[in-house]
Write a protein that binds this ligand. Structure first.
Ligand code: DC
Length: 238
């Protein structure tokens, strides 16, 4: 159970949102951030940034075999930074000064990122960036290990999930809306594969923290989810 310090202001809290892929964590986290005046940090974007760096320099091949020594060297001098430059002022990822928000979301990078995110030196690199963003608190971070490893002292932890079928259907619809023509069974297979890799890697595997509140949004609209969190925040911070 949470022990809540009544003097704590919500502007100084860390909200950690972890969970399975395609559960809508980032959309939910962004809405929470704008509603409560917190800064949103998309931690998966940083793993995607490292993956883009690895792909561009051919440190990862098409079978996802990684040349770790040069990647580790390169990462030591890599600069990843969020800057508010999106259409409505939302933060976007810059790699060594270049805006890479679009490149990190391609299917190619999505298919490599789980492998890159499993490397301990990559996790250490990303954690060091996250610690800087979280130092002032007042943030909402979404990822896989925020409440368990990066900020185990986060004031509010949420673990998001939904059935694999529901998540595959959501992703399938997003892809068809973009004009792609995916095979539903392939999409479902990919959802299950990513769950498996995220949950079974050795370093910082995806786990629900003991004190994380479970949000299964299989049958919930985004408004249901906002009502749900509003109730929790009111109970704790008012
Ligand atoms: O949330 P996303 O799909 O953008 O995340 C991309 C990948 O990064 C995903 O395979 C899981 C990994 N990730 C992670 O291991 N730890 C985090 N804190 C965030 C993402």
């Amino acid at each position: 159970m949470f022990v809540f310090n009544m003097k704590m202001k919500k502007e100084r809290i860390i909200i950690a949102i972890d969970g399975h892929s395609s559960t809508g964590k980032s959309s939910f986290a962004k809405l929470i951030a704008s509603k409560y005046g917190l800064i949103y940090v998309d931690t998966g974007a940083l793993y995607r940034g490292v993956s883009l760096f690895a792909a561009r320099n051919s440190f990862i091949d098409r079978n996802n075999v990684i040349d770790t020594a040069p990647l580790e060297k390169g990462v030591a001098n890599l600069n990843l930074q969020f800057k508010p430059s999106g259409p409505s002022g939302e933060s976007e990822l810059y790699m060594d000064g270049e805006l890479v928000e679009r490149e990190i979301r391609t299917l190619e990078i999505s298919s490599k990122v789980s492998f890159i995110a499993a490397l301990p030196f990559v996790r250490k690199f990303v954690d060091s960036i996250l610690e800087k963003y979280g130092a002032e608190r007042g943030v909402v971070m979404d990822g896989r290990d925020i409440g368990t490893v990066v900020f185990p002292d986060a004031e509010l932890k949420i673990f998001m999930t939904a059935s694999a079928e529901v998540r595959a259907t959501r992703r399938y619809r997003e892809m068809t809306a973009r004009g792609e023509n995916p095979d539903y069974n392939e999409v479902l297979k990919n959802v299950r594969e990513r769950d498996f890799i995220d949950e079974n890697r050795e370093t910082a595997p995806l786990r629900r923290a003991k004190d994380a509140i479970l949000l299964d949004n299989s049958d919930m609209t985004i408004q249901d989810q906002l009502d749900w969190i509003e109730k929790i925040i009111k109970e704790r911070w008012n």
